[in-house]
Write a protein that binds this ligand. Sequence first.
Ligand code: ZN
Length: 220
Amino acid sequence: MHEEQGSSVRMTIIVDDAGSGDLLFGVVIGACREETGEFSYGLVDVRFFQQVLFCQKEYLQEASRIVSQLVAELKVKPDEEIHVCQGNIFDEAVDELRKVYGEGRVLRVKVVGEPQRLTEIAYLDEIRNLGYEPLAEREAKRAKSFFHMMRWLKANPDMLRYAKTGWPRLKRYRLFNAFHEDSLYRAVCSDCGCECEVPFKPDPARPVYCRACWAARRGR
Ligand SMILES: [Zn+2]
C-alpha cells in the first residue's frame, strides 16, 4: 500500500498499447500510475484497422482521444511526468499531451514491467472473450502467433469482422480476399488514394470516392 506524501513521492503515468501487431481485435491502450497501481484501459475498435479507416490512419486520432481521456481520469499531478510507449499508434496522442501538459513532461519510452503486463492482460482478456485461446509464447513468436490467429479465423470465418483486415500485407491471403462481399467492387479512391469498395463496377474514365471522401464532398 503506497501513501501519498505531498510532493515527496514522485508519480509517473505510463501509457502502453497491446494488440497493435496482432491480427485479432482492436488495440488496447492502458494507462497506469505505477507508484499506486492505478490502472485503466480503453479500446481502439477493430474497425479502425479495416479498409478505408485504416488507410486514412484514423486510429491515430482515436488513440489520442482515448489517451487524453485515460490520463485525465488519473488526475495528473502538477509535476507528474507522462511516459508513452514508442509505438507509432501514439504519435498524435503525444503531440496532444505535449500541448496540454508541456513538452518536458511527456516522454517516449520503452514500457516494461507492471504497466506493460497489465495492458497485455487486458488485451488477452479481450481476445479470449472472442473465444480465441492465444499461444503461450505469443510475444516471443510473432510470426507463429500470426498464423495461429489466421488458422483460427479460417475455422471461424464469421470472426473475420474482429480481424485487422485493413493491413495491406493480408492481400496475398485468399482468406481475407473472400471477406469482401461479392456484390462490391474494389476501387482506389480518387481523393485519398485508399482502397475502397463500391457497389458498382468502376468506370476507369470517372473518379471514384470512398465513403468518407464522398461524404466530405457532399458536405461542401
Ligand atoms: Zn477517400
